[in-house]
Design a protein around this ligand. Structure first.
Ligand code: SF4
Ligand code: SF4
Length: 269
């Protein structure tokens, strides 16, 4: 029988499932510092599949479930991850995959996405000259009748007004308690950046990457070990994620949609 906590539905706008840190670009200000993973790391596909099952036990509904990289299309088992996610189609709105248009997915990946019985959206970040496969990518997605949208990150037409520098050097900023609260409660990622990585659901992808790089501490209350926590405890922890600043926020510049300074997108190392 479900407990009172489990009966209250837990709904998320967006949850990312991390697959690989491989990428074709090396952006200086990559929000998850993926270029610093050297060599790149592929997560264990069995762990990812078990995590997806647990995720849909804990959440009653997720509007957007993102199969995330760096470049998720480079993950060798991306088809398995997509198809595993699709099995839970009544519990999410759509599957999203983000790509930088430097790469055209293999035909078997496109075919797999085309055959899904659930909505899937490829979000293409257009970085101008860097995104050399944009035209080809649009063409093959069109041929396979796979929905896509293009976000312009080019000069004069920045999506979201430009990139944010989250602070990828992960230095402790020594904020006062009130500064930290302000940073956190004004941060767009407070509710929009939950990330599952190697079986652990992190409240924010920035701290997940920092934790993996051993550059940023993560408090026990800021993450949930999905495979070793019962539903009631997991639901309670996730409900508390957005109530207090995360320990790792001290290492971050935050993402205030209005006031955070914007920087040029995708400057390469
Ligand atoms: S394209 Fe740039 S920002 Fe995107 S994952 Fe790769 S390195 Fe990071
Ligand atoms: S301020 Fe905190 S919640 Fe916002 S991006 Fe940084 S670490 Fe994540």
């Amino acid at each position: 029988m479900k407990t009172e906590m489990e009966k209250t539905p837990l709904i998320a706008n967006l949850v990312s499932v991390q697959t690989t840190t491989r990428c074709t670009l090396r952006c200086k200000k990559c929000s998850c510092s993926f270029p610093l993973f050297n060599p790149p790391v592929d997560s264990d596909v069995r762990l990812i599949k078990r995590s997806i099952g647990r995720l849909f036990n804990v959440f009653s509904y997720i509007h957007e479930i993102r199969i995330a990289g760096a470049e998720a299309f480079l993950y060798p088992h991306v088809i398995e991850v997509i198809e595993e996610t699709a099995k839970h189609r009544k519990k999410f709105g759509y599957i999203n995959i983000v790509t930088n248009a430097t790469y055209v997915p293999k035909s078997e990946i496109l075919q797999s996405m085309a055959n899904l019985n659930c909505p899937v959206l490829v979000r293409i970040d257009n970085y101008g000259e860097l995104s050399g496969k944009l035209t080809e990518l649009r063409a093959v997605l069109g041929e396979h009748k796979i929905d896509y949208e293009v976000r312009n990150n080019c000069e004069h037409n920045y999506f979201c007004g430009g990139w944010i520098d989250f602070g990828t050097e992960y230095e402790d900023k020594h904020y006062s308690a009130s500064e930290l609260k302000k940073l956190f409660f004004n941060c767009r990622n407070r509710t929009e950046c939950k990330t599952v990585w190697d079986g652990v659901l992190y409240a924010c992808g920035f701290i997940a990457a920092g934790h993996k790089l051993l550059k940023c501490p993560v408090a026990a209350r800021d993450c949930v070990d999905l495979l070793n926590t019962d539903n009631e405890a997991a639901i309670q922890k996730v409900k508390d994620f957005d109530k207090y600043p995360l320990l790792g926020c001290a290492y971050c510049n935050g993402f205030d949609p209005v006031n955070s300074p914007r920087i040029p997108a995708a400057e390469q190392m």
